[in-house]
Design a protein around this ligand. Structure first.
Ligand SMILES: [Zn+2]
Length: 220
């Protein structure tokens, strides 16, 4: 790693210590909900995408307000969905919003070092990755390894809801998959779970409807 990169990480760490918990988890969640309302109303303000913001974050480090684990699907860009600006969200995107080790480590970085008080696991309707796991489609390349992370959850969905078919089954599996990623975070990261117990961190799940743009927040 280059010295400049190390310096940048050190800067991010030092600046993050100063900004931790400037907002409560609930306040940050409310900001995201308000941003989604603006987006839905066609009143997005697209905050801080300008050169000044770029220079400010380069000099002072990143200070995002939330960590997002979302799907790679092009129809679910978190900054647009929540009407947030450059440097406002610490985003981990992977097909099927799974939480394997690289994703978990990134989330831990977003919380422990960048000090975001909120984690959002954001699934979405018509998720191709979850659909692939539900249908058991034959896939090539590395995709079967990704499916292996999702299929145990979708198998449980099928078992608990044998009456569901088609889109109803897919929607139930998408919700279970979001809940599973939250469970993986809690199970595999005791440090984050401790922060939740101390009420310094909230982990929430949501499902974006890609047709109407709304987000259905899951109850804990
Ligand atoms: Zn997806």
């Amino acid at each position: 790693m280059k010295a400049a990169s190390l310096a940048a990480i050190a800067l991010a760490l030092s600046s993050s210590l100063a900004c931790y918990a400037e907002s409560t988890p609930q306040q940050v969640w409310d900001r995201l909900k308000e941003g989604n309302k603006r987006y839905l109303a066609g009143k997005s303000i697209h905050p801080r995408f300008d050169a000044a913001k770029r220079q400010q974050t380069a000099l002072n480090g990143q200070k995002p307000i939330a960590t997002i684990l979302g799907c790679a699907d092009a129809r679910v860009p978190p900054e647009v969905v929540f009407d947030q600006g450059f440097g406002d969200l610490f985003v981990v995107r992977v097909a099927g919003n799974v939480c394997a080790i690289a994703e978990l480590a990134s989330i831990e970085y977003g919380v422990k070092y960048v000090k975001t008080p909120l984690i959002v696991v954001l699934g979405h309707t018509q998720c191709g990755a979850v659909d692939g796991a539900v249908s058991g489609a034959a896939l090539k390349g590395s995709l079967p390894k990704l499916m292996a992370l999702i299929t145990p959850t979708t198998d449980k969905t099928k078992k608990s809801h044998p009456e569901l078919k088609g889109n109803d089954l897919l929607n139930a599996a998408i919700e279970d998959n979001v809940r599973n990623s939250i469970a993986e975070i809690r199970k595999n990261s005791p440090g984050l779970t401790d922060l939740v117990k101390q009420k310094k961190l909230l982990i929430v799940g949501g499902i974006r409807n890609i047709e109407d743009g709304t987000i259905r927040w899951l109850s804990n």
